[in-house]
Design a protein around this ligand. Structure first.
Ligand code: SAM
Length: 252
């Protein structure tokens, strides 16, 4: 099933979708006063949504004693980037080196290839966002920083454009980059492969890589990209029990 406006895939059953719709209505028509909505946001967290947060909580703890930045490949509405910013605020509010950098076209998929198969039924532009969404997300990430120590030092960056071009460009501009955590969520083969190739010199023993679609028949391209770059043989691909789709590995 796809979402109406942005061609994003939803794997929920129609019954589940109905309940999610009712949940969304409850959220939109919430009787909570404005100044109590955010502190009570847990009211609207379903087990499915909470599981993703718990996964990233575990992953963040893994990188605490490692040096370097966090990158996300495929940002979309930016929930993971925002979550990373909150986790940085909780665990290491003074770590100004823990920059968080997100790459996205902010115009949906770009560079679909044969390796992406037919099952996802996606096209160029699937998983798009609203126009100029990056400005809204920039504001959210700015506000996140204002609520934590050293807010005068900007510690995030959004890089708009086709990642096959922007990732190498970014790394050329920032040759000092060391990657502590890379989150792969482009879903598709070509930008995933380009990003995997580009970041190799910036990884080290202990870098953590997270993948959203490994071993996923709907999006086979991500697995193929990993096989063709780092290769599977020498990797320990692990997961946490609370999420079925996200996996991670540490460079050894
Ligand atoms: C599944 S969404 C990412 C979801 C996000 N990580 C989250 O936590 O909600 C996939 C994203 O990859 C982006 N994308 C796909 N191909 C791209 C490319 N060639 N360059 C940059 N971004 C791309 C899409 O625009 C889309 O926003």
């Amino acid at each position: 099933m796809k979402t109406k406006n942005h061609d994003a895939i939803v794997l929920s059953s129609s019954d589940e979708k109905k309940v999610f719709g009712q949940f969304a209505d409850c959220f939109k028509s919430s009787p909570l006063p404005d100044d109590e909505i955010l502190p009570n946001i847990g009211l609207f967290l379903t087990s499915k949504n909470l599981s993703r947060i718990l996964f990233f909580y575990e992953i963040y703890k893994k990188i605490l004693d490692t040096h370097g930045i966090i990158v996300e490949f495929g940002v979309r509405w930016g929930q993971t980037l925002s979550l990373m910013s909150s986790l940085r605020g909780i665990f290491e509010p003074f770590n100004r080196h823990r920059k968080i950098v997100g790459f996205d076209t902010f115009e949906g998929f770009k560079g679909m290839a044969q390796e992406d198969g037919e099952l996802c039924n996606c096209k160029e532009g699937s998983f798009s966002v609203t126009s100029n969404y990056e400005d809204y997300l920039d504001k959210i990430l700015f506000l996140q920083e204002q609520l934590n120590p050293i807010p005068h030092l900007k510690k995030y960056e959004l890089v708009k454009g086709d990642a096959r071009k922007t990732v190498p460009e970014y790394l050329k501009k920032h040759p000092e980059t060391i990657i502590s955590l890379a989150i792969f969520d482009f879903d598709i083969y070509s930008p995933t492969k380009s990003a995997l190739e580009a970041i190799q010199p910036h990884l080290y023993k202990g870098s953590v890589l997270v993948f959203d679609e490994l071993c996923d028949d709907v999006f086979p391209g991500e697995t193929i990209a990993l096989m063709e770059t780092i290769g599977l043989k020498n990797l320990r691909i692990k997961r946490y029990p609370m999420t079925s789709r996200i996996s991670y590995l540490e460079i050894e």
